[in-house]
Design a protein around this ligand. Sequence first.
Ligand code: HEM
Ligand SMILES: *[C@@H]1O[C@H](CO)[C@@H](O)[C@H](O)[C@H]1NC(C)=O
Ligand SMILES: *[C@@H]1O[C@H](CO)[C@@H](O)[C@H](O)[C@H]1NC(C)=O
Ligand SMILES: *[C@@H]1O[C@H](CO)[C@@H](O)[C@H](O)[C@H]1NC(C)=O
Length: 324
Amino acid sequence: MGCSTRTVKKSWVSLSLVASILCWSAVSAQLTPNFYNKTCPQALPIVKAAITQALSQEARMGASLLRLHFHDCFVNGCDGSILLDDTTTFRGEKSAGANANSARGFEVIDNIKTQIEKVCSGVVSCADILALATRDSVVELGGPSWNVTLGRRDSRTASLSGANTNLPGPTSSLTSLISAFQAQGLSAKDMIALSGAHTIGQSRCQFFRSRIYNESNIDKAFAASLQKNCPFNGAGDSNLAPLDSTTANGFDNNYYKNLRSQKGVFHSDQELFNGGSADAQVTTYSTDQQAFFTDFAASMVRMGNIKPLTGTQGEIRKNCRRIN
Ligand code: HEM
Ligand SMILES: *[C@@H]1O[C@H](CO)[C@@H](O)[C@H](O)[C@H]1NC(C)=O
Ligand SMILES: *[C@@H]1O[C@H](CO)[C@@H](O)[C@H](O)[C@H]1NC(C)=O
Ligand SMILES: *[C@@H]1O[C@H](CO)[C@@H](O)[C@H](O)[C@H]1NC(C)=O
């Protein structure tokens, strides 16, 4: 079927409707930052205002939304699959090991979706709302900005097994971190830059207990301070500690500085500075915040472009928690 992505790209705004009618089988359509300029110009301002509001109530919410977008994109692409609730006949991604009792921010997405549906019903996908909410959160917390590519559509399904397989765990080695990102078309460099997301947010004790009691490449005073609120014996699994103990809610390069002083919270974090191939890039980011910001923004765009549903694939959900 003759459907030139080049033509579509050049004059996307005016041709998008025509393109979606003509290109039933298009699979290579591009996302573009201007996707909603004509069809829902209110979308971006609504997301921005809602994020400012949500983060003024709880700064951590910015971290939670960023992680949600990551967990969406790594399971069959950025298609809003993580937002689907379980039902009696359907098990989605929310109960996966990396998400259960942990993924959060769904109410913020619901609130934005409700507001956007009121002004342009059936136009803006949940996957795009999550991508925008993530960018606005990072900016609100002091991090870099980027132009969010748009035009993703929402999945009509989700994959619990994909979530359990694709999302790297906190005990991962450097080698397995690199391969988990490579499986998504992202490089080792992307992985090191995106891991800088751990400059914000919190972790449950269960994910770092073995590191603070059993590992030797950890700053002793740092381990002792985390141990106070994370008992050895298995109680307090859900007790929280900041991923960046220096500036918990500030998006900056302290994550990399922490790694250089053996203050990575997860085993997987410290793998990025443990005498291996990631050390040099960590050192660069630890001394050059601008280099980190530039690379993080570029890697976020690449992560956001993982396998989107476009054209007539999937749907625009009315409610992000269930298929139409
Ligand atoms: C490189 C492999 C990664 C591993 C092993 C990993 C693992 C984890 C774990 C175990 C938590 C704690 C969750 C909890 O206690 O509820 C966490 C939190 C977080 N992760 Fe990652 N992560 C990785 C990469 C990423 C990436 C690529 C991003 C985003 C681009 C990200 C963003 C976050 C954020 C912002 C939080 C804090 C969430 C909150 O406070 O609600 N992580 N991560
Ligand atoms: C589309 O909208 C965005 C955000 O409102 C704006 O920055 C951009 O300049 C607009 N682009 C066009 C081509 O109108
Ligand atoms: C977004 O795109 C516009 C127009 O192409 C450009 O002027 C601007 O610098 C970009 N912003 C970022 C943060 O990359
Ligand atoms: C630490 O390692 C020991 C020996 O392998 C193990 O028995 C113990 O459960 C581990 N403790 C934690 C908190 O991981």
